[in-house]
Write a protein that binds this ligand. Structure first.
Ligand SMILES: Cc1cc2nc3c(=O)[nH]c(=O)nc-3n(C[C@H](O)[C@H](O)[C@H](O)COP(=O)(O)OP(=O)(O)OC[C@H]3O[C@@H](n4cnc5c(N)ncnc54)[C@H](O)[C@@H]3O)c2cc1C
Length: 295
């Protein structure tokens, strides 16, 4: 979009020189600067700090890449930015942490925390850690030390019901796709126009869905709530089984959404009960109602 002159700048997130995981939002003006923003920095990023720069720069056409909370805030000030055209490319997002929380996660979960260059929770029910030497370490979700990690997620993420980034024009994530593929959601004509620009470079297949998420979601509720951690051999075994028979594709996305919405519903109910009714959107309530929740 930059090369074709459709936009003058792209808001994206690089990392600082000293710390590969410390997010550094920028307005990229060259393809190189955009490419340098590749890879998820799984930490809260102060993206809106660049909006003041947008106003000052006099740019009229902008592409913003961001997660749901950033896009919600962007949409609420969109009209004040003086832009002629705003394109929004979103990613789904869940369970974000502060930089300190990220360190705690690495230290409790990876065999070699200081060599991790990238990690992602993947559709095969495992966290994939990529290390400096190129090796990949996988840890099954069921083996995470939930009891120690319960408090690392940001309170904002524990009360978020916009996992799928519903205000973006186009959303790219991996949930909803078979392992190794990305999932693309076109939300409106602008998103379709954005996708059309790159469509000839993409290999695509229709969306698939397999399995039934309900049991897995129901089981995830007390497991998280009570901070249950399985011994690694059992977690690995469970990972293999669920990878074979568990929800796949779109059903995996639903598993992930439902298990986070139920968890977050409980969080809001317990910590901000006076806001529960107004804060939780109808679509989330309809999801939560499908499950038995503890008090
Ligand atoms: C915090 C976070 C949580 C995510 N959680 C999920 C999830 O639960 N399920 C899912 O399907 N996908 C999730 N994603 C999206 C996933 O990590 C990939 O970004 C997505 O699949 C696109 O892949 P890619 O290789 O094209 O991304 P890349 O080419 O690596 O591009 C990633 C883009 O994300 C931006 N970015 C990086 N870090 C941040 C940050 N902290 N805040 C805002 N923007 C950032 C960069 O600017 C870059 O443009 C998450 C992304 C982030 C940033």
């Amino acid at each position: 979009m930059l090369n074709r002159g459709l936009v003058e700048g792209v808001v994206c997130v690089q990392n600082t020189e000293e710390d590969r995981f410390q997010p550094m939002p920028i307005i990229a003006r060259t393809p190189e600067e955009i490419l340098a923003a590749r890879v998820n920095k799984p930490t809260l990023s102060p993206n809106l700090s660049v909006l003041e720069q947008v106003e000052r720069s006099g740019m009229k056409r902008l592409l913003v890449i961001g997660v749901g909370c950033q896009i919600q805030a962007l949409r609420s000030v969109e009209k004040q930015l003086g832009l002629e055209k705003l394109y929004v490319l979103g990613t789904p997002c869940v369970d974000n942490v502060t930089r300190a929380g990220l360190q705690k996660f690495l230290e409790t979960t990876s065999r070699s925390p200081h060599t991790v260059v990238h990690y992602e929770f993947m559709q095969d029910f495992r966290v994939h850690f990529k290390h400096e030497d190129g090796s990949v370490e996988t840890v099954p979700f069921f083996g995470l030390k939930t009891n120690q990690l319960k408090d690392v997620f940001a309170p904002s993420c524990m009360s978020c019901f916009d996992y799928v980034n519903s205000l973006a024009d186009l959303v790219v994530g991996y949930m909803g796709a078979p392992f190794g593929w990305q999932w693309i959601v076109v939300r409106n004509d602008r998103g379709q126009a954005m996708l059309d620009l790159g469509m000839d470079q993409l290999e695509t297949q229709p969306v698939m869905s397999k399995g039934d998420r309900h049991n897995a979601v129901q089981q995830s509720i007390p497991a998280y709530d009570k901070g249950i951690t399985l011994p690694m051999w059992a977690a690995k075994l469970m990972g293999v089984v669920i990878d074979k028979i568990g929800p796949r594709g779109l059903e995996y996305a639903r598993f992930s959404i439902d298990s986070h919405f139920t968890r977050n519903y409980l969080y809001v109910k317990r910590h901000h009960s006076e806001k529960l009714e107004a804060h939780v959107p109808e679509y989330a309530k309809r999801i939560v109602e499908q499950y038995d929740l503890p008090d």
